[in-house]
Write a protein that binds this ligand. Structure first.
Ligand code: CP
Ligand code: NVA
Length: 309
């Protein structure tokens, strides 16, 4: 059994195995309908319990389809209906019940400590469905999307992130270390990655560069990523923060500094950080990116269940 919480804590060989499996499975599903089960139904009879303490559209839908296509099923709990959310039951006891009734637990939460606490008491795998410091399932899926579209290992590509130093970027930084790709970060000085992330970058490698200019960050890159400036539950002065990011908008002019065949990715939902004509352009692969989460999360589930081929 394996947990899937942060990319930085998962061995590179396992991350690569997940991507290889996802590629094989995706190919085999070309003619199947969304709810048809993969040959062999590897997770037949298994129950994935999901809980979202923050909003979600894509993660919810993609895990639903992922476990169904592997022959299992899912149940989504509403946190407000649990004793836990009212302080009337401990994580320890909740985890014991989840472990006895289900086979895996996917949690989207506003607390990294909560994920760790659940991990301590669960006897089933836990998957991080987004936390303040990480969005691991999203980024592993995005590595898959990039390699699929570019038909090259990501280590041979240059990637840029233009935007806030948030959970998605933290996972992208970890992926850059694990998969050895060049990453340029473009953000205002006051919104650079936190000290612990900068330390992680320093300890691990020097292929990551931080720029205070969006233009410099995207020069000749193959992929441009962005995300909302204001993340869910971001306790900041929104007006002030947005004003700092005015020069970090993804528009046609900025895209022109990248390679001609540069693609645009965004985990969604979007805000005003990207212009409509880039978002809806041929270079934008955001819908493709969102759908790939089903395929990669299937292989993440198999990894968690110790069933990767
Ligand atoms: N990208 C992503 O995680 O989307 P949701 O918040 O809709 O799940
Ligand atoms: N950074 C965003 C990602 C949403 C999928 C957030 O945490 O709100």
């Amino acid at each position: 059994m394996n947990h899937f919480i942060n990319i930085k804590d998962i061995p590179t060989k396992d991350l690569k195995k997940i991507l290889i499996d996802a590629k094989k499975r995706k190919k085999l599903r070309k003619k199947l309908n969304k709810l048809e089960v993969d040959k062999g139904a590897p997770l037949k009879g298994k129950l994935l319990i999901q809980m979202f303490e923050k909003s979600s559209l894509r993660t919810r839908l993609s895990f639903y389809l992922a476990i169904k296509q592997l022959g299992g099923s899912t149940l989504t709990l509403r946190p407000d209906e649990l004793h836990l959310s009212k302080g009337a039951e401990s994580i320890q006891d909740t985890a014991k019940i989840l472990s006895n009734f289900g086979n895996a637990f996917m949690l989207r939460t506003d607390s990294d400590a909560k994920l760790e606490e659940f991990k301590k008491y669960l006897s089933i795998p836990i998957i991080n469905g987004l936390s303040p410091s990480s969005h691991a399932t999203q980024i592993l899926s995005d590595v898959f999307t990039i390699e699929e579209i570019k038909k090259k290992p990501i280590s041979k590509l240059n990637i840029a992130w233009i935007g806030d130093s948030n959970n998605v970027l933290n996972s992208l930084i970890a992926a850059s270390v694990k998969f050895s790709f060049k990453l340029n970060i473009g953000c205002p000085k006051s919104y650079q990655p936190k000290k612990d992330v900068l330390k992680y970058i320093k300890i691990n490698k020097n292929k990551i560069n931080i720029f205070e200019s969006a233009k410099q960050a995207v020069e000749k890159v193959d992929v441009i990523f962005s995300d909302k400036v204001i993340s869910m539950n971001d306790q900041v002065n929104k007006k002030k923060k947005l004003s700092y990011f005015k020069k970090f908008k993804i528009d046609k002019k900025l895209m022109a500094y990248a390679k001609n065949d540069c693609i645009f990715l965004h985990c969604l939902p979007r805000g005003k950080e990207v212009d409509e004509d880039v978002f809806l352009s041929k270079q934008s692969k955001v819908w493709h990116q969102a759908l790939n989460r089903v395929h990669v999360q299937k292989s993440i589930l198999l990894y968690c269940f110790g069933k990767l081929r």
